[in-house]
Design a protein around this ligand. Structure first.
Ligand SMILES: C[S@@+](CC[C@H](N)C(=O)[O-])C[C@H]1O[C@@H](n2cnc3c(N)ncnc32)[C@H](O)[C@@H]1O
Length: 213
């Protein structure tokens, strides 16, 4: 499937009806989702036939894209029942059978699912307002869950902090792309319509590269 084709499918994914500010509910735009997933698939081969986890899956934009690119199974995790209801409707409309979803607080996922996924993809809450540190909690859990790699979107202003943490955790981190993120109009407290955000994709090669390189 071509990237443009994926993007046009993703434009049909329904998003949050009443986004909850406290949960930082804003969807990844189809263009960003398609670029991110296409790169993970084409450049890193971390989607096709892989077991994928999508942390803070919301209405399923990333999970649905991964499933369309041939994931073996993609499991979405989100705390919010309303978001998962929309996710479920989206999955039915796209007639996808390689997707599942779990309602839970990602921060309380138990260690029993450690290394149960090949790849983790996510657009986590940025943790900027009420949820300070949430982005890092999601990252830490994602790295525990993934056997091979974690691909995650973050604000560019947090890059240095994340790099420091990656060094501390002995994880190799690459910034794979920088994108301009359009915040939805529903978040009225944002003065600017767009904000510079980059996505980092963190390669986690614990066995192959025990030390950062
Ligand atoms: C930025 S949105 C991303 C939504 C979706 N992944 C996408 O890319 O369109 C963050 C998501 O994280 C969920 N979330 C926030 N806190 C959470 C938590 N503690 N556990 C699980 N999900 C959480 C929100 O409900 C929301 O759906």
């Amino acid at each position: 499937m071509k990237r443009k084709e994926l993007e046009s499918f993703l434009q049909q994914v329904d998003d949050f009806e009443k986004p909850k500010l406290l949960l930082e509910q804003y969807p990844t735009r189809p263009h960003i989702a398609a670029c991110m997933l296409y790169t993970i698939h084409n450049t890193y081969d971390d989607i096709e036939n892989k077991v994928i986890g999508d942390l803070g899956c919301g209405c399923g934009m990333l999970s649905i894209g991964a499933a369309m690119l041939g994931a073996g199974l993609c499991v979405g995790f989100d705390i919010d029942e309303d978001a998962l209801e929309i996710f479920n409707k989206n999955v039915k409309e796209f007639e996808l059978t390689n997707i599942d979803m779990i309602q839970c607080n990602v921060c309380s996922l138990s260690e029993t699912i450690s290394k149960s996924f090949d790849t983790i993809i996510m657009n986590p809450p940025f943790g900027t307002k009420h949820n300070k540190g949430m982005d890092m909690s999601f990252l830490k859990i994602a790295l525990q869950m993934a056997r091979a790699a974690v691909y995650s979107l973050h604000k560019s202003s947090t890059r240095e902090h994340i790099q420091k943490k990656a060094d501390e955790w002995k994880i190799k981190m690459d910034v794979i792309a920088e994108l301009r993120y359009d915040l939805p109009a529903s978040y009225k407290f944002h003065k600017k319509k767009t904000e510079d955000v980059c996505y980092f994709m963190e390669q986690h090669y614990q066995e192959k590269l025990p030390r950062r390189c």
